[in-house]
Design a protein around this ligand. Structure first.
Ligand code: NAP
Length: 258
């Protein structure tokens, strides 16, 4: 390969919006996208105006950084976010729909408010944001969109019926959007994390029996770390994935294959 040839994984000059970028998987994905050349707009509920970990990591890599604080439980705030993204001085090339929340309670005690909150943050707002940002991508004939799905896009889970419904919905949404947009230059795919050591799984990791039972079932023999998701995010954001549409790609240490 000549030295002037652009790598298929090079994201230089691209602008990526990463939701839930303040911590966990989103933070690691934002850092990996920046390392591959992308400038970053970080979005999350409690993102600091300045000095956040994600800002430090992105700017240390020499990329431009912007921050937008939005609560995805608030549909009007999500619409306002979409409008702000549409009014930036440059178009959004990559949308990483990663922000997510979880409510743990047995189905018989799972409240409507928990259900509504989880469905709003993990599914409804993601549709609204993707529809709005996706419309601009369709006009330009270019865009890379990814969702953070879950093993519970395929399995039922325990004590998390709202989360399972939302993540199963994301699997359908990924395919539905890909069906409509694949021929118009916009890739829509989903990453399927296995069990990752983040705040999302703190309750599981605090229960030694649950933790060990999960560990015993993972062929790779370890829980994932957020950094395990950098590579797949860069791949799906890059031209290396131009022909990948409507895929739900497990990054799960082999869990689903077992
Ligand atoms: N950890 C796992 O094992 C696992 C497995 C499968 C899928 N996932 C999915 O991976 C994604 C990232 O989760 P994580 O494990 O990295 O968890 P995490 O460490 O709890 O991070 C969640 C991120 O989402 C943001 N967020 C949560 N509720 C929000 C809201 N109402 N509005 C705006 N942002 C909100 C948080 O914002 P703040 O930081 O500003 O509060 C945070 O940045 C989620 O979609 C999760 O469902 C995780």
């Amino acid at each position: 390969m000549s030295t002037t040839q652009r790598s298929a994984f090079d994201l230089s000059g691209r602008l990526a919006v990463v939701t839930g970028a303040r911590r966990g998987i989103g933070l690691a994905m934002a850092e990996a996208l920046a390392a591959a050349g992308a400038d970053i707009v970080a979005v999350s509920a409690n993102l600091e105006e300045s000095g956040s970990l994600v800002e430090q990591r992105v700017t240390a890599l020499g990329r431009s950084y912007r921050t937008l604080r939005v609560d995805f439980a608030d549909r009007a705030a999500v619409a306002a976010l979409a409008a702000r993204l549409g009014n930036l001085d440059r178009p959004v090339d990559i949308l990483v729909n990663n922000a997510g929340t979880i409510a743990r309670a047995p189905a018989a005690e799972h409240s409507d408010s928990d259900w509504d909150h989880v469905l709003a943050v993990n599914l409804g707002s993601q549709f609204t944001l993707t529809r709005e940002v996706g419309r601009g991508m369709l006009e330009r004939g270019y865009g890379k969109i990814m969702f953070t799905a879950s093993l519970l896009s395929f399995q039922g889970g325990v004590n998390v019926p709202g989360y399972t419904a939302a993540k199963s919905g994301l699997a359908g949404l990924t395919r539905a959007l890909a069906n409509e947009w694949a021929g118009r230059g916009v890739n829509v795919n989903a990453i399927v994390p296995g069990y990752v050591a983040t705040d999302n799984t703190q309750a599981l990791r605090d229960d030694p029996d649950r933790y060990q039972a999960i560990l015993d079932r993972i062929p790779a023999g370890r829980w994932a770390t957020p950094e395990d998701f950098g590579g797949i995010a860069v791949f799906l954001a890059s031209s290396a994935a131009d022909y990948v549409h409507g895929a739900l790609i497990p990054v799960d240490g082999g869990w689903l294959g077992r």
